[in-house]
Ligand binder design. Structure first.
Ligand code: AHR
Length: 626
């Protein structure tokens, strides 16, 4: 087959084209999408995560009133060997107020009057004596907003739970847990979740942030990275089995982006979230080598070991196969049973697995990738394996990566690029000449280095080319997705947020307009513009019969466009036009989050009509099928 970018008749294109890339970068997971409000809930922070951190980071020792006693971090007989640290409160007198701990959350604990919060703790007492715990939400001045008591009675670890309903609001409150009676009590996994999580899932996602993601209507979700997937040494490669099961069994580790991963948002939660938003899961597992084969020798704890030893590869390959069984296998299978035990007997319908991320094309990478690829292909031909090429559309690794993928006939490869808006405008024809006989493309990460309207329009223009080439570009996702104010390690991002506000960018609305207006066939020759600042696409959605036109004007002057719909016989005259436009450098900020937002209006579309594309605009015209 030859490239046929501008067919006169409809060309079938990927129905999964526009998805999202979720990486735990910029506090996207802990402190972000994962709704846990307590930071360092298990006392597992270490200087490995961040040189200034330790078991009591984000915690403060509280001695209130006439309280005598001590607090210490212990490791003997922990709640689970995966979760070795806990706190012991040793209280020497019966007192009125309490001795214990205060947690300041991730930049404070946001508390809202009337909302409900689920507190839980793993605890045990020594010496058979009940120790009463007082649990409070406080405002930043120390005022009590909610209070509850929990008598800890059991000598072995046991979860205790209580719901708190604050009477006041504070954007940066705290959680206090103090013992108010004599005795010794051990505490671990001190947790506070808003009762209202996305879809009310326990151990769930922050509702407003998850909703912003759901509103994109992505066709797939890639997770957990990015570089996070392979880590920068063997110690922090993302191993999916460490992230499932009861929270105390999960293995926390240093995040490659220099903070801490609790794994509270683990593989089960990722799969569940995909299902909840109607997106296909696209996990990326390490190709058994760490980031750029570095081994992390420059940091504390970095062993310098770059890849899983070949002798251990059979076990690692099995780990990847087990992931597929965990997602799709029957409940009678070992891993399918674990999925069922977590509350999801039905399959998660895994169709794609990415193997590796921007890995250096070394012999170590190749022999490991091939082992994994061959095994998945043989055992699960129904799953599409996605390979990886270098991080930019040029350079040695990129070319070698493609050669390697084509040699193995890997069905799809993951390309990444972060370039200027001008690059995106200039390279609009990039995929027109891709050889259709070779591997297809997952454009797994891309962004035009900015969040202005112009950046967003450059991406929109490029996305019209992805639609035109939707036969060879099967999947595409902007990256990164989330960034927390004050913890942003990578710019630009699609959605910025803090504890109380979500700020979608102009780029977000571009992604949303394309994702919500995806088609199943592409048609060339429907739109004609005279100026090169205008690019366009026309797709039809086979389900609804709707014809969708997209027009991007990246220039400063209004541009005439001719639209010829005469080939589509069964269209209604009613249509909808959505525009995203404004000054070239306009952008959404926390102070002004609505600066660039789409506007919708009714539109009348006849067989052949003229349209004027506003300066710096994306226009989507959706003509209803009958
Ligand atoms: O998106 C941020 C990072 O960029 C990803 O982790 C990595 O894959 C790429 O280099």
């Amino acid at each position: 087959r030859k490239a046929q970018p501008d067919l006169a008749a409809g060309k079938p294109i990927s129905q999964d084209l526009f998805g999202i890339f979720f990486e735990d970068i910029n506090y996207a997971a802990d402190g972000g999408l994962y709704a846990e409000l307590v930071q360092n809930r298990s006392f597992e922070y270490t200087p490995n995560d961040n040189a200034a951190w330790h078991s009591l980071t984000a915690w403060e020792f509280l001695r209130e009133g006439y309280s005598f006693g001590t607090m210490s971090v212990e490791t003997a007989a922990p709640v689970n060997p995966s979760n070795p640290h806990y706190v012991t409160l040793h209280v020497e007198n019966e007192m009125q107020k309490g001795l214990g701990l205060k947690n300041s959350g991730f930049d404070g604990i946001p508390v809202k009057a009337g909302d409900q919060y689920n507190f839980s703790v793993q605890a045990r007492v020594k010496g058979g004596k009940t120790v009463p715990l007082l649990v409070q939400l406080r405002d930043k001045e120390g005022g009590v907003l909610a209070t509850a008591s929990l008598p800890v009675q059991n000598a072995s670890w046991q979860p205790y739970r209580v719901t708190l309903t604050p009477t006041g609001t504070d954007a940066a409150g705290s959680l206090v847990v103090v013992a108010t009676g004599k005795g010794t009590v051990d505490l671990d996994l001190i947790s506070l979740f808003p009762q209202k999580t996305f879809k009310n899932r326990p151990n769930g996602m922050r509702a407003d942030l998850a909703q912003a993601i759901a509103d994109l209507q992505p066709k797939f979700v890639r997770f957990p990275g990015g570089c996070l997937a392979h880590g920068d040494g063997l110690e922090n490669m993302y191993r999916w089995k460490n992230t499932i099961g009861p929270l105390e069994q999960r293995v926390a580790q240093r995040n490659i982006w220099n903070y801490h991963q609790t794994a509270g948002l683990g593989y089960f939660e990722y799969f569940q979230f995909c299902e909840d938003i109607g997106a296909k899961p696209l996990p990326v597992v390490p190709a058994a080598v760490s980031c750029q084969n570095s081994g992390g020798t420059w940091r504390i704890g970095g062993t310098g070991q770059q890849s899983i030893a070949m002798a251990e590869m059979p076990e690692y390959v099995q780990e990847v196969l087990d992931l597929i069984e965990y997602a799709n296998g029957p409940t009678t299978s070992t891993w399918g049973a674990k999925r069922a035990a977590a509350g999801h007997p039905e399959s998660f319908h895994l169709e794609y697995v990415g193997v590796g991320n921007e890995d250096k094309q070394t012999p170590e990478f190749r022999e490991r990738f091939k082992l994994i690829y061959d095994a998945v292909k043989q055992k699960h031909p129904e799953v599409t394996v996605i390979g990886t090429v270098g991080p930019a559309p040029r350079g040695e690794d990129f070319d070698q990566g493609w050669t390697f993928a084509n040699q193995l006939a890997v069905p799809m490869v993951d390309e990444h690029y972060y370039e200027s808006p001008e690059w995106f405008l200039k390279n609009n024809r990039r995929y027109d000449s891709y050889d259709r006989k070779k591997s297809t493309v997952y454009l797994g990460e891309y962004a035009s280095r900015g969040n202005t309207l112009f950046n967003a329009l450059a991406e929109a223009a490029y996305m019209t080319s992805l639609e035109r080439n939707g036969d060879v570009v099967r999947l595409a996702s902007y990256a990164p997705l989330l960034a927390k104010e004050g913890h942003t390690q990578w710019n630009p991002d699609l959605i910025y947020f803090n504890n109380s506000t979500v700020c979608p960018t102009a780029n977000y609305y571009v992604q949303q307009l394309f994702s919500r207006n995806q088609g199943s066939e592409y048609f060339g020759g429907v739109l004609t513009a005279t100026d090169s600042a205008v690019v366009s696409s026309c797709v039809r959605d086979a389900n609804s019969g709707d014809v969708i036109l997209k027009l991007v004007n990246s220039g400063a002057t209004a541009q005439p466009v001719r639209v010829d719909l005469s080939r589509f016989k069964r269209l209604r005259p009613t249509a909808e036009v959505i525009t995203l436009s404004g000054p070239r450098d306009a952008k959404n900020t926390f102070a002004s989050p609505q600066t660039v937002v789409p506007k919708t209006a009714p539109f009348k579309a006849s067989g052949n009509f003229a349209y004027t594309a506003a300066p710096y605009s994306l226009t989507v015209i959706r003509v209803k099928g009958s």
